[in-house]
Design a protein around this ligand. Structure first.
Ligand code: NAD
Length: 353
């Protein structure tokens, strides 16, 4: 299995899921560590590293090997295709393509051309896949691919998978991030239709988790609450709302989708519940056991007003809904924030009482 961007937030969870549940697969992580973390810091400590080359390290435990290639995945794909030894290179069954420039809202709005790098990363992946024909490809699109005019203050609606269809007119996605995801989905659609590849697109809403970088709002607000800040700052009016889904649920459903969808079409991963940022801050303060003032910071970038998933396809076709409640998920994020701040999770548990 190849996991591009495997050292990022989603990639780390996917890797651990594969190690636990897919017992035979060897794993190749290709990541330039632009934002990702070195596997030595997050793989289970029983995995012993051996340096194979200047860019490749093998982590081994009990016959199980995780290879880490520290490289731009576009270079990796090009070197693979140009290698005189291409026939001897590993053949990847599943490709989970997570390499991407994401960042939080500040990057999406503040450096849209950097985010547009994703167009070239995705184009190189599909070009490579068209030649080497892996068994299955997971392409992570995003809820940002949906038309933004369905997510405004007036008349926002739950976003249905059918709102993106390439045989009819499309709405305007969210900045270059949304454009690149919409384009990636189009490439996925073509890869399946014209090249016979098995491709699955997922459209996660706001994924969050304990080890997410604090450039994202959930860990950032958790840290403010863990520090017992008063007031707690939230960006914008705080009335803008998102559909939060815990990373464990995202990864659980990602593999279900990969099993079931192969025609390049996209499926939501969300909860169907809108939670605004004032509520996010209140929930973390409540978990922390105090009642701060919550102060909006209106000059910060906030994105669309309301973005949430329509759950019909998830519930009817997949009989799926997330199993982690917002309260439970946020409590875990809060504990992790405390651990980062105090170096001791118990400090926070005590301070909650
Ligand atoms: N986290 C979410 O809630 C969410 C929601 C919707 C979609 N997604 C999508 O899931 C994918 C993974 O997201 P994430 O949250 O893990 O992001 P992330 O930033 O944590 O991970 C991306 C990884 O890609 C690596 N990377 C970037 N450019 C690279 C390159 N040229 N070559 C090799 N590696 C490169 C980074 O170092 C990082 O490790 C992205 O495509 C993202 O758009 C995530």
């Amino acid at each position: 299995m190849l996991i591009s961007g495997g050292c990022g937030f989603v990639g780390r969870h996917v890797t651990k899921h594969v190690l636990k549940n897919h017992l035979t697969d060897s794993i190749w992580l290709v990541d330039d560590l632009f934002t990702g973390r070195d596997p030595a810091t997050w793989l289970p400590t029983c995995f012993t590293p051996t340096t194979l080359s200047s860019t490749c390290t093998a982590f081994e435990h009990g016959g199980r090997i995780v290879y880490f290639v520290k490289n731009d995945v576009r270079k990796f794909f090009a070197e693979y295709l140009n290698s005189p030894f291409i026939r001897n290179l590993p053949r990847f069954g599943d490709v989970i393509h997570l390499a991407s420039i994401v960042g939080g809202r500040a990057l999406i709005d503040g450096d849209p051309l950097l985010v547009a790098t994703d167009l070239s990363i995705d184009a190189e992946m599909f070009h490579w896949a068209r030649v080497v024909k892996p068994d299955r490809i997971l392409y992570p699109s995003s809820s940002a691919a949906y038309p933004i005019d369905l997510q405004g203050t007036d008349g926002s609606v739950p976003l249905k998978e059918s709102y993106i269809q390439f045989n009819q007119s499309l709405g305007l996605p969210d900045m270059t991030y949304g454009w690149s995801k919409l384009t990636g989905e189009y490439l996925a659609h073509i890869a399946a239709k014209s090249y016979g590849l098995h491709v699955t697109c997922i459209r996660p809403f706001s994924g969050y988790g304990e080890d997410q970088e604090p450039v994202y709002p959930v860990p950032a607000i958790a840290e403010r609450a863990a520090r017992k800040e008063n007031p707690i700052i939230v960006w914008g009016t705080g009335l803008q709302a998102r559909d939060f889904v815990h990373i464990d649920d995202c990864v659980d459903f990602l593999f279900r989708a990969l099993e079931t969808i192969g025609d390049g079409s996209g499926v939501n991963i969300g909860s169907g519940v809108l939670t605004n940022f004032l509520e996010v801050a209140r929930t973390f303060a409540d978990i922390g056991g105090y009642s701060p003032e919550i102060r909006p910071l209106v000059d910060k970038p906030v994105g669309v007003q309301n973005r949430y998933a329509d759950m019909t396809v998830l519930r009817t076709r997949f009989k799926w809904s997330p199993s982690t409640s917002l309260r439970d998920g946020f409590s875990k994020v809060y504990d992790a924030a405390c651990q980062r701040i105090a170096g001791d999770e118990n400090w926070c548990r005590i301070s909650r009482l």
